[in-house]
Design a protein around this ligand. Structure first.
Ligand code: SAH
Ligand code: SF4
Ligand code: F3S
Length: 479
């Protein structure tokens, strides 16, 4: 039974958060089992944490006898793992729910469950507002899904939005749903203890907690044995990872965890996201420098280049501190690529302050950025304390300026790679052609190059860059 062809789902948006599009991937790993098993269909929106959580959910449901399907119309349980980060993300989810409604009317008995951040944010309101929703489950309550589904089958609406201080799902082996068989996510922590004033995440994901370091290493080892060659360690603020071994009392820092995972195998690439500028230590940078298999790429969101705005955002660093972190990266890891997240039109932002963002982008020389217009989120500090007073068209215009500049910087960054040779991990066929492979270099840049016989996804090849666009490097394999 294969799920990698499904013409009815061509309209399903993937990784819908406008910026965080993952690469198109296939459901290669399928659950064996009799066709009589009930099937669940799951769609994920938002950040990689959500995609990673969907694999936990899939594992919990598989244990309960459900098999995954990519075909919406043949599922018994439709799940949507939601994001609340911006208003638009929530609108997208509501649109999908309208579509599920239509499916449900054709096939009575089908259950619809809302998971993730929007479930946590809206709680009971979801059941009241969206009559078709049967189950509402927050990010820390996925172990409860089988019970909630069983209750819903008996006609009882189910909700669990309890936020835990301990849950890390450390013992659950994720069911890799959307896998290319080469790269996988590993959640190393959950929640966030920062209180960036614009951000809804601390409210939807709860307190920060770190996962057992040995369970992380075990998951990475298992993935390597299955043929995976790249893991991305996930957390909202990986630099504040801190796990105390209950037996020895020893505390494992992020730098130490990174080293432990890097030592799993020299052919296992290690990536991580997201780094917070206030917490990113030189120790992490030195650990990266010591291990070739820790990728030389850091996602270090700046949000704004202006110190007053950063203070209003409660980011707890200023422009100078951020630039000093950039200098540390350049000094310790000269070949490291840096990317960023940027918000335009935050409360009270002036033109001059906006220009500080443009100038910090130039200085940091970002390989790429995820860029957003500020979207006020109910319940956040900014919503309570500040007026969302930058007119929508000004936010959009500033966003366009930021995007335009980033395109120029990205192109320049990529053109500087022409003539260089990189080690590339083959991920699969390029989007354009079956005769070409695509894969990333250590700096997280996508390279596209003609195939050579005998190579398969998961292999490392050396590729020389011959041309560049804003988003891709074009190359050829060198022997
Ligand atoms: N933990 C990460 C960010 C997670 S959210 C960090 O601290 O960097 C991803 C990005 O969404 C943020 O970096 C920010 O740029 C953007 N974002 C968050 N809340 C937003 C809002 N209310 N409006 C617009 N963009 C927002
Ligand atoms: Fe949100 Fe800030 Fe936490 Fe990132 S660090 S998730 S932006 S509160
Ligand atoms: Fe969205 Fe929740 Fe991630 S709000 S960005 S899915 S943590």
């Amino acid at each position: 039974m294969l799920y990698n062809h499904n013409p009815t789902l061509t309209d399903v948006p993937k990784a819908i958060d406008e910026s965080r599009q993952g690469e198109t991937v296939y459901w290669e790993q399928v659950m064996p089992g009799p066709p009589s098993r009930k099937r669940f269909y799951i769609e994920s929106y938002g950040c990689q944490m959500n995609f990673s959580d969907s694999e936990i959910v899939a594992a919990v449901l598989a244990e309960d006898g459900y098999a995954p399907t990519r075909i919406l119309e043949e599922s018994d349980l439709i799940l949507i793992n939601t994001c609340s980060i911006r208003e638009k993300a929530e609108e997208t989810v509501r649109k999908r729910l309208r579509l599920f409604d239509a499916v449900k009317r054709q096939r009575p008995g089908v259950l619809v469950g809302v998971l993730g951040c929007m479930a946590e944010r809206l709680k009971k309101k979801f059941l009241e507002e969206e009559k078709l929703v049967d189950i509402v489950v927050g990010p820390d309550a996925y172990r409860d899904l089988p019970k909630l589904v069983a209750n819903a089958e008996d006609g009882e609406k189910g909700i669990n939005v309890f936020l835990s201080r301990e849950e890390t799902y450390a013992d659950i082996s994720p069911l890799r749903l959307d896998s290319n068989g080469v790269s996988a996510f590993i959640s190393i922590m959950r929640g966030c203890d920062n209180m960036c004033s614009f951000c809804v995440v601390p409210f939807t994901r709860g307190r920060e907690r770190s996962r057992d370091a040995f369970s992380i290493v075990a998951e990475a080892t298992h993935l390597f044995e299955q043929g995976y060659r790249e893991v991305t360690l996930l957390g909202q603020n990986v630099d504040s990872y801190k796990w105390q071994n209950p037996e020895t009392g020893k505390v494992v820092s992020f730098a130490e965890l990174l080293e432990m995972v890097a030592l799993v195998h020299p052919h296992l690439r290690v990536r991580f996201t997201t780094s917070h500028p206030k917490d990113m230590t030189d120790e992490v940078l030195y650990t990266m420098a010591r291990h070739d298999n820790i990728c030389k790429y850091i996602h270090l969101p700046v949000q704004s280049g202006n110190s007053r705005i950063l203070q209003l955002m409660n980011r707890t660093y200023d422009r100078e501190w951020y630039l000093q972190r950039i200098e540390a990266i350049e000094r310790i890891l000269p070949d490291c690529a840096i990317s960023s997240d940027i918000i335009t039109g935050f409360c009270t932002e002036t033109e001059e302050e906006h220009r500080d963002t443009l100038s910090i982008m130039e200085r940091a020389n970002y390989a790429m950025s995820y860029m957003f217009a500020y979207s006020e989120r109910p319940g956040t500090l900014a919503a309570k304390k500040y007026r969302d007073d930058v007119p929508e068209e000004v936010k959009k215009r500033r966003l366009n300026e930021v995007i335009h500049l980033q395109n120029q910087i990205s192109l320049r960054h990529n053109q500087a790679d022409i003539g260089k040779t990189f080690e590339v991990l083959i991920e699969g066929d390029s989007k354009r052609s079956k005769d070409e492979f695509k894969g990333r270099n250590s700096q997280n840049k996508m390279l596209v190059f003609p195939k050579q016989p005998g190579l398969t996804p998961g292999d490392y090849v050396r590729v020389r860059v011959v041309a560049a666009t804003t988003a891709t490097l074009l190359g050829e394999i060198v022997s």
